[in-house]
Design a protein around this ligand. Structure first.
Ligand SMILES: NC(=O)c1ccc[n+]([C@@H]2O[C@H](COP(=O)([O-])OP(=O)(O)OC[C@H]3O[C@@H](n4cnc5c(N)ncnc54)[C@H](O)[C@@H]3O)[C@@H](O)[C@H]2O)c1
Length: 377
C-alpha cells in the first residue's frame, strides 16, 4: 500500500473548512479535490485551500483519490457513502454515519464485498483529555465503572448555524447530532452498550432561526429535541444521558463516571482538550496531572479561549490503519454500534419500552502519546 493516500471531500459546507485546514497536520493523506451538489460551494473551498473542484461524478472517477470524506448533511450520508463505496473508494464520514441500522448494514455489505474501509467521526475521543481519562480508568484509578451521568443541553442550533434546518429534521436532533460524541467516548472509556430506554419529547413543533442569513425563517421540528436516556453497558455500568435543545441554562457536568474506587469528571467530548478531574475514596476531587498528549495541546483561538482541535485525527488513524493493516479506532463496527445505540434510544422513546441492542463492538485501542505523535507530520 502507498505511503500516502489521496483524499477527496464531498460536501463543502460549514465543517469542511475544519477538514481542509487541519488535514495538512497529519501524515499519510493529502486532500486533492472536492465536490458539492452546489458547484459554487466546491469552487469556493477549492480556491481557498488550493485543491481541485470537481463534479461528484468526476471526483468519484478520479484515480488519484483513494478515500472520500463525506461531509454532506445527515440525510444524504447513506446515499453519498454508498456511491463512494460503489466507485471503489474508502469512505470516512462525518457523524452520524447513517440514519438507520439497515443503512449501516448495507454499507457494511458493500464494503466487505469490495474490500474497502468505512470510518466515521467523531474522533474527539482521541483527544488528550479523553485519552488521559482512558489511561486513568485502564490503570484502575477509579476501580470498575458502575454508573455515571452525561448531559448535553442547550437552547439549540438555530442561533449560530448558517443553515440550521437539517438539525430539526429526521437524522438531526440532539441525540443523533451530539449523542455521537458521548456514545463514542463512552465506548472508548467503558465499552459497548447492552440495552437502552428513553423518554423523548419536543418543546415546540417549529423554531425561528436567529442566525444569518436566514434570520426570521420558521423551520419545522420533525424529531425529538429533548431526550432522557438510560444506557446499560455490557460491563454492567448504568449511565444516564440527557441530550436536549430545549434548555436555556443548567448546572450539570458533561460527563461524570462513578467507579468502585472513586469518580472521574470528563470534559466535553465534543472537544479534544479540557481538564480531567478525579477523586478516590477520600472524595478529594483533583485535576489529573496533565500529560504532554499531542492532541490536547491548544492550537486554535475560540470565543471561549484557546482550544485543542485535531478533527481529521480519526481519518488519519484510518488511513494509517489501512497502510499498516491494523484496526482503525473510528471503525465501521464502532460507528454502527453507536447508530444502534442512538436509533434504539429514539425507538424506545416512541415505543415506551427498553430496547436490547443487536450490535456490539470492541473498545478502540487507547491512543497514547507516541502513537498520536506518529500520526502527525
Ligand atoms: N458544522 C459543524 O460545526 C459540524 C461539526 C461536526 C460535525 N458536523 C457534521 O458535518 C456534516 C455537515 O455539516 P455542516 O455543518 O458542514 O453542513 P452544511 O449544511 O454547512 O454543509 C453541507 C454541504 O453538503 C452539501 N450536500 C448536501 N447534500 C449533498 C449531496 N447529496 N451530495 C453532495 N453534496 C451535498 C450541501 O450543498 C452543503 O454544501 C453533518 O453531518 C454534521 O453533523 C458539523
Amino acid at each position: 500500500m502507498a505511503k500516502e493516500l489521496g483524499v477527496g471531500i464531498i460536501g463543502c459546507g460549514n465543517i469542511s473548512t475544519t477538514y481542509f485546514s487541519l488535514s495538512p497536520l497529519f501524515k499519510g493523506l493529502k486532500v486533492l479535490a472536492c465536490a458539492d451538489l452546489n458547484r459554487s460551494a466546491a469552487e469556493l473551498r477549492a480556491e481557498e485551500f488550493g485543491v481541485k473542484a470537481q463534479s461528484i461524478e468526476e471526483l468519484l472517477a478520479n484515480d488519484e483519490i483513494d478515500v472520500v470524506v463525506n461531509l454532506t448533511i445527515p440525510a444524504a450520508h447513506f446515499e453519498v457513502s454508498k456511491a463512494i463505496l460503489e466507485a471503489g473508494k474508502h469512505v470516512y464520514s462525518e457523524k452520524p454515519l447513517v440514519l438507520s441500522l439497515e443503512e449501516g448494514e448495507e454499507l457494511r455489505r458493500i464494503a466487505k464485498e469490495k474490500n474497502l474501509a468505512v470510518g466515521c467521526a467523531p474522533d474527539t475521543f482521541l483527544g488528550g483529555a479523553h485519552q488521559l481519562a482512558r489511561k486513568h480508568i485502564d490503570e484502575g484509578g477509579v476501580g470498575r465503572i458502575t454508573s455515571g451521568t452525561c448531559h448535553v443541553m442547550s437552547p439549540g442550533m438555530e442561533m449560530w448555524h448558517p443553515n440550521p434546518g437539517f438539525f430539526f429534521l429526521k437524522g438531526g436532533g440532539p441525540i443523533l447530532d451530539l449523542g455521537p460524541y458521548y456514545i463514542a467516548n463512552l465506548i472508548n472509556l467503558i465499552g459497548p452498550v447492552k440495552r437502552v430506554g428513553a423518554l423523548t419529547s419536543m418543546a415546540n413543533p417549529t423554531r425561528t432561526v436567529t442566525s444569518q442569513p436566514l434570520n426570521g425563517q420558521v423551520i419545522p421540528v420533525e424529531t425529538p429535541t429533548n431526550i432522557h436516556a438510560l444506557l446499560e453497558f455490557v460491563n454492567g455500568a448504568t449511565i444516564t444521558l440527557s441530550a436536549s435543545w430545549d434548555v436555556w441554562s443548567h448546572r450539570h457536568a458533561n460527563m461524570e463516571l462513578y467507579g468502585t474506587e472513586g469518580s472521574i469528571y470528563v470534559p466535553d467530548p465534543n472537544f479534544f482538550g479540557g481538564v480531567v478531574e478525579a477523586s478516590g475514596r477520600d472524595k478529594d476531587i483533583k485535576p489529573l496531572e496533565d500529560w504532554a498528549h499531542p492532541f490536547g495541546i491548544s492550537n486554535q483561538e475560540s470565543p471561549n479561549g484557546p482550544r485543542a482541535n485535531y478533527r481529521t485525527a480519526g481519518l488519519a488513524d484510518m488511513v494509517m490503519a489501512l497502510i499498516e493493516g491494523r484496526d482503525a479506532r473510528c471503525s465501521l463496527e464502532r460507528s454502527l454500534h453507536g447508530i444502534d445505540v442512538m436509533t434504539s434510544i429514539l425507538k424506545s422513546g416512541e415505543e415506551g419500552r427498553f430496547i436490547e441492542l443487536t450490535t456490539t463492538c470492541s473498545q478502540p485501542a487507547a491512543l497514547g502519546i507516541e502513537e498520536a505523535q506518529s500520526l502527525l507530520r
